[in-house]
Write a protein of this length. Structure first.
Length: 403
């Protein structure tokens, strides 16, 4: 292959700027994929996939959609996916969903198919093309319309659900879920969004909680991050040492977003240098490029949190925060930092010596890089932007701040 062909292939294999859309390139997340698949078979059940930004939720949903459409029953199954926007209200969301629903003409029942025949393509008709101008987007009418689609299953996926604000009526949406759960088992709705918990996505609607299978998308485990790297490199005929592979996995901090970004830059350098091995120079270069490519808000927040007129160790405290063990939601306590910070500083570090640092890092003075919860005895901390963990680890790596 020429350099140009290799670069084109690289852009398809490692995709930091967009979710994975090729089933052959997808790695890991089998547990979450299986959980969502169960939703399709469980009577009266719908799904909600939630987790931090950058953990691969949209990629997982894309692959689920591909698998469903490629299944043996695809002719009797409709999958419609919509990415929500902050300006969407209840009516706008359903208008866009109806645009995405393409119904095989042989299954059209209960609607006037004579309207807008130009909307029919290759034996399909977009649901939006048969909706009359005076249609009212109430929960009752939406359920009635969906129930008229006589296929085995209609799977509706709402991605970026967290973007919706107060203009979107979550109570009406809860009514839709409840009604289709009670009477229309062929309709399945899957909600996807950035959140620590389900309540912040769908609100306090206990009536539908029993109809939602909660699927948490945690940080990706190291074994699955390795799978992303090795699968991608094999497609590009590139190799990597165990040590450099471990560096990529460790600095990704559980985020496949960063794994893709580091690998993309490292492979780009290797291809340009006519090498088949991702050597130390390629890894160092890729980490530097990944730091530069990080969001301006992350770079600015880090700079504000670590600036000083005199020598201090805010940077070292932040690095300890970034590599310490956390619970499943990313929380840690001050005591979790003692051993790590002592190694970084080369001297013993007790909580009372860096407690004020954590307080300031949780305040506007240092850009609120951390969030603090709890009272004085049981304070817990987490990064305001979860992607900051990996960014700080990469900064520390390039500057030689390491335990």
């Amino acid at each position: 292959m020429t350099h140009s062909e290799k670069y084109q292939k690289l852009a398809k294999v490692f995709t930091p700027a967009s979710p994975v859309e090729d089933r052959s390139l997808f790695a890991g997340r089998l547990e979450q994929l299986a959980s969502l698949w169960q939703v399709l078979d469980l009577r009266g059940m719908h799904g909600i996939l939630y987790g931090e930004r950058g953990v691969g939720k949209t990629s997982l949903i894309n692959i689920l959609k591909i698998i469903l459409e490629a299944s043996q029953t695809a002719k009797d199954l409709i999958v419609a996916k919509h990415s929500c926007y902050s300006q969407d209200d209840f009516e706008e969301v359903w208008k866009k969903i109806f645009q995405e629903i393409k119904i095989p003409n042989r299954f059209m029942v209960g609607e006037d198919r004579s309207q807008r025949p130009a909307a029919r393509l290759d034996g399909y008709t977009r649901l939006s093309s048969i909706i009359k101008d005076d249609y009212t987007y109430t929960s009752r009418e939406i359920v009635r319309t969906l129930s008229n689609i006589r296929v085995d299953k209609v799977v509706i996926i709402l991605d970026e659900f967290d973007r919706l604000d107060s203009r979107f009526d979550k109570k009406l949406f809860a009514d839709v879920i409840k009604n289709v759960s009670d009477a229309h088992q062929n309709i399945k709705i899957i909600i996807v969004g950035v959140s620590d918990d389900v309540n912040s996505l769908v609100g306090q609607h206990e009536s539908i909680r029993r109809n939602l299978k909660e699927v948490n998308m945690p940080l990706m485990p190291p074994a699955e991050l390795r799978e992303i790297v090795l699968k991608g490199l094999s497609l590009l005929d590139l190799r990597i040492s165990d040590e450099n592979l471990s560096t990529i996995v460790e600095l990704s901090a559980g985020y496949p977003y960063y794994t893709h970004q580091i690998c993309y830059h490292a492979c780009y350098m290797a291809i340009g240098s006519d090498k088949i091995f991702l050597d130390d120079a390629a890894i160092k270069y890729s980490i530097g490029q990944t730091i530069q490519d990080s969001k301006e808000t992350i770079r600015h927040t880090f700079q504000g949190a670590t600036m000083a007129n005199q020598k201090n160790f805010f940077k070292e405290v932040l690095y300890a925060c970034a590599i310490c063990n956390t619970d499943e939601h990313g929380y840690f306590q001050a005591s979790d930092l003692e051993r790590i910070l002592s190694r970084i500083l080369g001297r013993q570090a007790k909580v009372q010596q860096f407690a004020r640092h954590l307080t300031k890092l949780s305040s506007p003075e240092r850009g609120n890089v951390l969030i603090c919860y709890g009272n004085s005895r049981k304070k817990r901390y987490k990064f305001t932007d979860p992607l900051m963990r990996a960014y700080i680890q990469m900064i520390a790596y390039t500057q030689g701040v390491a335990p």
